[in-house]
Design a protein around this ligand. Structure first.
Ligand SMILES: [Zn+2]
Length: 254
């Protein structure tokens, strides 16, 4: 994973007017695809939100997608999710000082958790550029980031497409939107054309029929500026997501 750089090139995606409405859609797909932990195939002891609330601000969307998961998996992700949410906010704001961050939730998390702040700060370097500007370089803990991305991808695949995947994907990409070349960014933002319709009864099928304003150009906005994703199944299974309009990920199962 490339280092995350924060500098004057930082920009927010303003291409699309993302809606904010999240619909609660029924999943009437094949029952064999439900009833087990979407991460490990184990017992369904709890509900796991995707995305986790730490990636969103208050007030939360009314209907948060949630998936069956076992207690161990559900609890196992929360530390990594808090780390990643805090890390991204620090990169975006260029500091790990809680008082200078924008998101209230992250301010509070870093005020009460000094060791998390230290851990994030250990991946932070400042250096001078040739032109004399100061640049921040942030190195995340790759394994933690990957665990969160895989959790999100598995949840979206199961929830949207009724395609739970317990196996390892063929492709995982995690990088800041600002680090993408223009054509790479265009490719990432554009949902592939889907000729095969999703399974009858799956949520993706419902979304095709409803096409509400939370579902723009294939992307589903959970909370504007905080979290959006797209889920496509046509031959291969692809999940893309963007956290805080900063960190992009793509996971593909062939
Ligand atoms: Zn599990």
């Amino acid at each position: 994973m490339p280092k995350l750089r924060h500098g004057s090139q930082m920009l927010l995606n303003t291409k699309t007017d993302w809606g904010e409405k999240m619909e609660r859609l029924p999943n009437n797909g094949d029952d064999r695809q439900k009833g087990f932990c979407v991460h490990c195939g184990g017992q369904t002891e709890s509900k796991d939100h995707a995305p986790s609330k730490v990636f969103l601000d208050l007030p939360h969307p009314k209907h948060m997608p949630s998936l069956p998961s076992c207690g161990d998996c559900n609890n196992g992700f929360s530390g990594d999710e808090e780390y990643l949410a805090c890390f991204i906010e620090c990169v975006v704001c260029g500091t790990s000082d809680p008082e200078q961050l924008s998101r209230d939730k992250i301010k509070r998390a870093l005020r009460r958790n000094r060791s998390l702040r230290d851990r994030i700060e250990r991946g932070h370097r400042q250096s001078d550029t040739v032109g004399g500007a100061l640049i921040h370089v942030w190195q995340p803990e790759d394994e933690r980031v990957r665990r969160v991305v895989m959790k999100l991808a598995r949840c979206h695949a199961a929830y949207e497409l009724n395609e739970p995947r317990l196996d390892e994907p063929e492709h995982v990409l995690v990088m800041p939107l600002v680090s993408m070349m223009d054509d790479q960014r265009d490719h990432f933002e554009t949902a592939p054309e889907v000729n095969i319709w999703p399974e009858v009864g799956s949520r993706a099928m419902h979304r095709m029929l409803i096409a509400d304003d939370a579902y723009a150009s294939g992307w589903i906005t959970v909370q504007k500026g905080r979290y959006r994703f797209l889920a496509v199944a046509e031959g291969s299974l692809m999940i893309r997501g963007v956290l805080s309009e900063y960190l992009a990920f793509e996971v593909i199962w062939e």
